[in-house]
Design a binder for this molecule. Structure first.
Ligand code: FES
Length: 120
């Protein structure tokens, strides 16, 4: 096995990869097994397209969109979290994905009626 410090190991590099990106939002879309069964992969494509339309994907002041494994409130999914606001959303369909981008990620307002409300 090759160690990372081995001079034979070649790791791709780029100057932009040496600093924390200046995104306004970091979005985590769950693509764990239960959220995927509820359409998370289609939502991923819609979110990317919508962010591209607004020129907000992976640019300074834009959005870093990351897929995750299970975030755990599976029964309430598809689950999407937005930081730094720490908002936990249920995004049920493409219309809601568009709304989330337009209202929160572009408009800067939390979409209150899409927030996951826990009942204990
Ligand atoms: S599979 Fe998405 S929260 Fe568990």
């Amino acid at each position: 096995m090759t160690e990372p410090s081995d001079p034979q190991t070649v790791v791709d590099s780029h100057p932009d990869w040496s600093h924390i990106p200046e995104h306004a939002h970091h979005v985590f879309l769950c693509t764990g097994p239960r959220c995927t069964q509820r359409g998370a992969l289609q939502l991923w494509k819609k979110l990317r397209r919508q962010l591209l339309e607004h020129q907000r994907i992976e640019v300074p002041g834009g959005v870093l969109l990351t897929r995750t494994h299970c975030q755990f409130p599976c029964n309430l999914g598809p689950v999407l979290t937005v930081y730094p606001q720490a908002c936990w959303y249920r995004v049920s369909n493409e219309a809601e994905a568009i709304r989330l981008v337009d209202v929160h990620l572009v408009g800067g307002e939390i979409v209150e009626d899409m927030l996951i409300r826990e009942r204990r």
